[in-house]
Design a binder for this molecule. Structure first.
Ligand code: G3P
Ligand code: CA
Length: 244
């Protein structure tokens, strides 16, 4: 059975149970009845796209340092499972290309977040190049970022992937996004769930923007959001939201 009411997005894989953004977390999520897998991308010193949330390896590996200062090969020497538990020892970092193969194999949609594009000149072009090379179906890809300029850059290339803008609760000015302007280049406006009201969603829908709030790991909260007419939820616990 599909998720008829709303789309379920597995945030960093099945990250409530497995080390985020690793193969084991993705494979666990892809075996569920999810609609999208969500990932975060950065760029290495040798110009490779790599999948990790933070711009450093400090929190989720046994190493330290910034992603931009490491080559892919150096990043692959570290362990990305141990921080979550001894049983996850040996999980490696993934190249973006590997995740593309994985979602193709499972025929799932991919929600790609470009992280900190200001640190990675050219990351947008590299992403588009790799998507093209992998021949992923356009309809299976959504590219999003907190950085609107990065998304506008992609829009300006004329590619027809769906695009999204993320809205953080921390930055006050984001609380009153210009829906009309955003709708000129994006298809999704994905806010921190605490920013969601019925009016927020109605305004987004008026401009044909879909709304998939993050990060919703609780059924009571999701029920309230669903009443606000959201289009999907981004969750660390897709196993409790989809009919699996
Ligand atoms: O997909 C939205 C969400 O992932 C944005 O926040 O910090 O978890 O990447 P963050
Ligand atoms: Ca993310």
């Amino acid at each position: 059975m599909t998720n008829s009411q709303i789309k379920v997005v597995a945030h960093r894989g099945l990250s409530s149970k497995y080390p985020e953004n690793t193969l084991i977390a993705y494979e666990a999520a892809l075996q569920l009845n999810i609609d999208y897998l969500e990932i975060d991308i950065h760029k290495t010193a040798d110009n490779k796209l790599v999948v990790i949330h933070d711009d450093s390896v400090d929190r989720t590996s046994n190493g330290t340092g910034k992603i931009k200062d490491y080559t892919m090969e150096q990043l692959q020497q570290l362990d990305y499972g141990l921080w979550k538990g001894e049983s996850f020892r040996g999980q490696t970092i993934l190249e973006f290309k590997d995740v593309l193969k994985l979602v193709k194999q499972y025929n799932k949609k991919l929600l790609i977040e470009i992280k900190k594009p200001e640190q990675y000149p050219g990351i947008e072009q590299l992403l588009l190049k790799q998507l093209k090379e992998a021949q992923v179906q356009h309809s299976n890809i959504v590219i999003q970022s907190f950085d609107m300029e990065s998304i506008k850059k992609i829009y300006a290339t004329g590619v027809n992937y769906k695009l999204g803008v993320l809205i953080s609760a921390k930055k006050y000015w984001y609380r009153r996004p210009n829906f009309k302007k955003i709708a000129t280049f994006a298809h999704f406006l994905n806010p921190n769930y605490k920013l969601v009201t019925t009016k927020f969603v109605a305004t987004a829908h008026k401009y044909n923007l879909k709304v998939m709030p993050y990060t919703v790991n609780d059924k009571v909260i999701s029920a309230k959001l669903i009443k606000s007419n959201i289009d999907g939820i981004i969750t660390d616990a897709p196993d409790i939201f989809c009919d699996c």
